[in-house]
Design a protein around this ligand. Sequence first.
Ligand code: HMG
Ligand code: MG
Length: 304
Amino acid sequence: MTNNITLVEVGPRDGLQNEKTQVPTNIKIQLIEKLIDAGHKVIEIGGFVSPKWVPQLADTPAIVDHFTQKHSQSDLRFPVLVPNLKGFQDALNHKAKEIAIFGAASESFSLKNINASINESFERFKDIMIEAKKNNIKVRGYISCVMGCPYEGDIPLSKVVDVSQRMFDLGCHEISLGDTIGVGTPNKVKDLLKALKQNIPVSKIGVHFHDTYGQALANILISLEQDIRIIDTSVSGLGGCPYAKGATGNVASEDVLYMLNGMGFETKIDLPKLIEASQFISNFLKRPPNSKVSLAFLAKHGIL
Ligand code: HMG
Ligand code: MG
């Protein structure tokens, strides 16, 4: 099993979609540049979703234009969320090369988040996938509420496995398992991964933990033990979900990187530079980073 880990940086999308104030486009662009400079190779930079539903992402076209032009020849990946064909067409018009579709293992969450039942959402995903294949666009697939739902509570493991399998069978190049409200604990994560690995190659499975209950690092550790090598993280622990009350940030990229470095995993990401990016956005938001590693680093250097 490889020691190489892909960190998927979701702060600019999952993080900033949840800020009460609109973060200006030029600040988002500077943040993403700093994340690239730190060594991130996969950064989710926005979503072609309805600005009425998520106004914070309304500037996605400008951000995608900037990065697809500037880095058109590089191997960097900039996935963007797409919920339907309209979003797909926008992504195509702005030359995105990778999109992420997002479904849920919970009917209630699916309705609240994308105004569609699970079955309806898969009808939309199928249409998107046909167009994506025609246009040579890679598709990442999210499944929310894999550890529990803000509206329904526990979701049976069989349901999560079923939806994940449908997402994979659709043709997604990787599946990201979202613990949207951060309620999962390690044994539950292990059970899910063991079940999924029976039919989906482990190299195609990623984990996406929000840290609401402080379980994210423990859940990542057990995922690593289950041979997961794709981990979604958010700089400075930014984040939440507008359709999941109480959902806090995703696990902080700095905290995950520190753990991975200590365990001898390889990411090619530079921790001090990542902390710089974290500081940049925290300073803009006028609050301390939501990352223990960043806080420790700043205290050690007399910055806090
Ligand atoms: P709807 O209201 O049912 O859409 O929303 P509609 O098809 O009935 O259209 C209504 C209006 O929206 C029309 O405009 C459409 O043109 C427009 P009008 O005629 O009224 O002026 N519209 C769009 N505009 C821009 N982009 C589009 C688009 N589609 C329609 N793509 C819809 C359905 C899916 C659009 C809406 O529910 C939506 O945008 N939802 C997105 C919600 C969202 O972004 N949630 C956060 C991301 S998910 C997440 O955070 C979880 C994750 O991190 C994993 C985890 O942690 O679990 C991924
Ligand atoms: Mg999320």
